[in-house]
Write a protein that binds this ligand. Structure first.
Ligand code: FAD
Ligand code: SF4
Length: 500
């Protein structure tokens, strides 16, 4: 740290967001372009370079946070980038998308606002791309071994890059028309513009990764053929089986899964479609589900010009600050957070008059859906809900109706796609009791030479965990292929976020 008193003299300052009225008229990222660089060196200087940096432990990748904070505070951006890439293949993804458990574990956060670790990370990543210092790093020698990676989300991409750099010949199979997994089709462009993804994909391709898009393994290519053609197979197929809502009226038109809705908006941004066939324009939208996918639907519906948008959360409104008894520092607490989409909803007052326990930012808490009403044409027109207690028992007298002509279900995902006769059936891989891919301590499934990584095996998680999974699985595959590995392995299959 250039200034040992930086944390005393400099206040936390985050990357400023563009005004709500401006940003909801486009799909660009919500932050003010160019406004991070002028503040970030001073922000990095707030890092205390603690003897025991808990941020390392809190970051699934084990990012060397105090090291790069120090280098940024001294304006040594290129050394900072080297240190950052030692642990993270895609810091421009995590620097935009990660909920930053590292900041919850920052020692400064015990009694002051944490260091803006995530902002420093994205500033370093963007800076080295701008300076042309993220060249492809193809291997010096090829091993003669081949690996098929099925799925091109962050887990598959991280595994592919690590294995390619270790000298193996890697092909990535993806059933969508473009690689990226949820980074491409799911996560809205206002959270991460796809140019960042394209740049990394170009780097991977230049290093030797081959992409086979529009190819569903289990349908377009048989699992047996894949096993015969490659020395190892990595299943990085994600947890794409969505949960549904079993209430009267569910069959009505206009009730859609979030993951049917969000990719269409991505396709509009990509220029594939002039308008989304499920656009929220001029509609009364209700989002069922209080998580991040729901928040992404909220920001998307606002940009599409919805008449009203309300988001239902089954849980009670969390407190503003952490409960020191149940979620002490350095764990990642369940507190009330205002995402950019909620900030937009609050300022634009997108929700119709909300009742007891409501927020001003479109969220209705402790709200459980009872049924849907339809019109004569069989289209949804209203959603009935009730408030519930902590045990999800309805509270008498709290039933109410919301106008709804587009309902988006954002209720989470139960595990990988288990279509009968599909990839998993053909391979004969075991699932565990949660319905995700079972694997041993070395990321190996019950089928020899077949490994499982990312959300498909961990269950619905985060980009940072997916990258850590991909890196660790690559190390396991490299060891299996060659008997030894020098690739880093940041996590085990059993590691979980830090809790009490
Ligand atoms: C809407 C939404 C928003 C999110 N926002 C965030 C966020 O802001 N921050 C964050 O950290 N996390 C976020 N997440 C979670 C994060 O995106 C996931 O944890 C992460 O993408 C998982 O990576 P993965 O590589 O395991 O799987 P995925 O990204 O799901 O990729 C799996 C890929 O496998 C492909 N595939 C599946 N079966 C086959 C087959 N048989 N043949 C070929 N290809 C196949 C799929 O098409 C897909 O492209 C979000 C999730 C959703 C749904
Ligand atoms: S990847 Fe996430 S947890 Fe790790 S340093 Fe970056 S923001 Fe923090």
């Amino acid at each position: 740290m250039a200034d040992p008193k930086g944390f005393l003299t400099t206040a936390r300052q985050e990357w400023p967001r563009r005004p709500v009225g401006e940003r909801v008229r486009d799909w660009d990222e919500v932050y003010v372009p160019g406004a991070l660089l002028p503040i970030v060196e001073r922000q990095a200087d707030r890092c205390m370079d603690c003897g025991v940096p808990f941020c390392h432990e809190a970051c699934p990748l084990g990012n060397l946070i105090p090291d790069w904070n120090d280098l940024v505070s001294r304006a040594d951006w290129h050394a900072a980038a080297e240190r950052l890439h030692a642990t993270n293949n895609f810091p421009e993804f995590t620097g935009r998308l990660c909920p930053a458990p590292c900041e919850a574990g920052c020692v400064l956060a015990i009694n002051q606002p944490a260091v803006t670790i995530k902002n420093v990370e994205v500033a370093v990543a963007d800076r080295i791309w701008a300076d042309g210092l993220a060249p492809p790093r193809p291997p010096e020698r090829l091993s003669g071994r081949t690996v098929a990676v099925v799925g091109s989300g962050p887990a598959g991409l991280a595994a592919a890059q690590q294995l390619t750099r270790a000298g193996h010949t890697v092909a990535v199979y993806e059933r969508d028309d473009r690689p990226g997994g949820l980074l491409r089709y799911g996560i809205p462009d206002f959270k991460m513009e796809k140019a960042h993804l394209e740049r990394r994909l170009g780097q991977l391709a230049a290093e030797g990764v081959r992409f086979r898009t529009s190819t569903e393994v289990g349908r377009d290519v048989g699992a047996a053929e894949l096993r015969g053609r490659y020395d190892a197979v990595v299943l990085a197929v994600g947890a794409t089986a969505w949960r549904d809502l079993d209430v009267p009226g569910r069959e009505l038109a206009g009730i859609e899964q979030a993951m049917a809705y969000l990719p269409l908006a991505n396709r509009v941004c990509a220029g594939d479609l002039a308008a989304s066939p499920l656009s929220a324009a001029r509609k009364h939208v209700v989002i069922v589900g209080g998580g991040d996918t729901g928040a992404d639907c909220l920001g998307t519906a606002i940009r599409e010009g919805a008449a009203t948008v309300t988001q239902l959360d089954i849980y009670a409104r969390p407190d503003a600050s952490r409960d020191e008894e149940t979620e002490p520092w350095p764990t990642y607490p369940k507190v009330h957070r205002l995402s950019p989409a909620h900030e937009e909803a609050g300022q634009l007052r997108t929700a119709p008059a909300t009742g007891t326990g409501s927020d001003t930012d479109a969220r209705l808490y402790a709200a459980s859906t009872l049924r849907f009403d339809g019109d004569a044409a069989g289209h949804v027109r209203a959603l009935h809900l009730t408030e519930v207690d902590a045990a999800r028992r309805p509270l008498p007298g709290t039933e109410r109706e919301l106008p709804a002509d587009l309902v988006l279900l954002a209720l989470g995902f139960s595990g990988p796609d288990r279509t009968a006769g599909g990839l998993l059936d053909q391979l004969g891989v075991d699932l565990d009791e949660r319905g995700v891919l079972a694997r041993d301590d070395r990321f190996a499934t019950n089928v020899p030479g077949v490994f499982a990584t990312g959300d498909a095996a961990r269950g619905q998680s985060l980009v940072v965990w997916a990258i850590a999974e991909g890196r660790a699985t690559a190390a396991a595959v490299d060891r299996w292929l060659t008997g030894a590995t020098e690739l880093p392995s940041p996590i085990t299959p059993h590691d979980r976020p830090m809790t009490v």
